[in-house]
Write a protein that binds this ligand. Structure first.
Ligand SMILES: NC(=O)c1ccc[n+]([C@@H]2O[C@H](COP(=O)([O-])OP(=O)(O)OC[C@H]3O[C@@H](n4cnc5c(N)ncnc54)[C@H](OP(=O)(O)O)[C@@H]3O)[C@@H](O)[C@H]2O)c1
Length: 221
């Protein structure tokens, strides 16, 4: 049994909690305002039919400390507030996207000298960041899940610099209902960023491979 430590209890954090609990993982979930603001969410998660794991709320640092596998799923502008020390050495999934109207302009993203996940990796230098779940709508995380072997099973992209970390994330994604397509290192995560062909599209592994291969940098669009 793995404990998923979730930093960010919004649309994606909640959907990942639902999926993880149904797959038999334990969940510790957090937001910016403190665990006392998550009582209703924890009750709703506990009440979901099919739940197999245990769930509780904590601070972001507490969720990070409890995590065997962590998720950072917050507005990009909040990344500097993610606790660093309790995530040291851990595998951290980055779901985040860059929306300048929400996050403000980020010069290194505007000039495409880095990517969103590399920004999180720079903030968490000893963690092993894996990009995943940034291109699926929150409701589809439970809505589109199917068992392994289902024809045309939906696939999700992963990118990361650490092969073992990526394997752990691929196993988690398979357990909650999706195939995966490996984009390579973290720097290749742009292939599934906002406005690329695979972003939000419901594709199987073959379709997602083709979509990410056809992706263009913003500067070439
Ligand atoms: N929505 C989607 O379908 C979707 C799909 C793919 C990827 N994404 C990306 O995934 C990320 C999360 O999206 P979302 O739609 O789930 O966001 P959301 O619904 O707006 O929720 C954001 C969550 O982050 C928490 N948060 C903010 N700052 C924090 C901090 N410093 N420490 C801990 N928690 C913090 C918020 O807590 P408080 O409320 O307490 O501030 C809130 O629970 C974004 O980067 C988004 O672009 C979203």
């Amino acid at each position: 049994m793995t404990t998923l430590g979730i930093i960010g209890a919004g649309h994606i954090g909640t959907a990942l909690a639902q999926a993880a609990l149904a797959a038999g993982h334990d969940v510790v979930i957090s937001n910016s305002r403190g665990p006392e603001t998550l009582t209703e969410l924890v009750s709703a998660l506990e009440a979901r039919p099919g739940r197999r794991g245990q769930v509780r709320a904590d601070t972001a640092a507490g969720a990070a400390a409890a995590a065997d596998l962590a998720v950072v799923t917050i507005p990009l502008k909040a990344v500097p507030h993610v606790p660093v020390e309790p995530l040291a050495g851990k595998v951290v999934i980055d779901t985040n996207n860059y929306y300048p109207q929400r996050d403000g302009q980020v010069a290194e993203l505007d000039d495409e000298s880095t990517t969103t996940a590399e920004l999180l990796q720079a903030h968490l230098p000893t963690s092993r960041v894996v990009k995943a779940f940034n291109h699926i709508g929150a409701a589809d995380i439970t809505g589109d899940a199917t068992p392994a072997g289902t024809p045309h099973r939906r696939a999700l992209a992963v990118a990361g610099d650490d092969a073992a970390a990526k394997e752990q994330v691929v196993a988690f994604i398979d357990a909650i209902g999706f195939d995966t397509v490996d984009l390579g290192p973290l720097a290749e995560g742009w292939r599934i960023q906002r406005d690329t062909p695979g972003y939000g599209a419901r594709l199987d592994a073959e379709g997602l491979r083709a979509a990410t291969a056809a992706a263009k940098r913003y500067r070439d669009m």
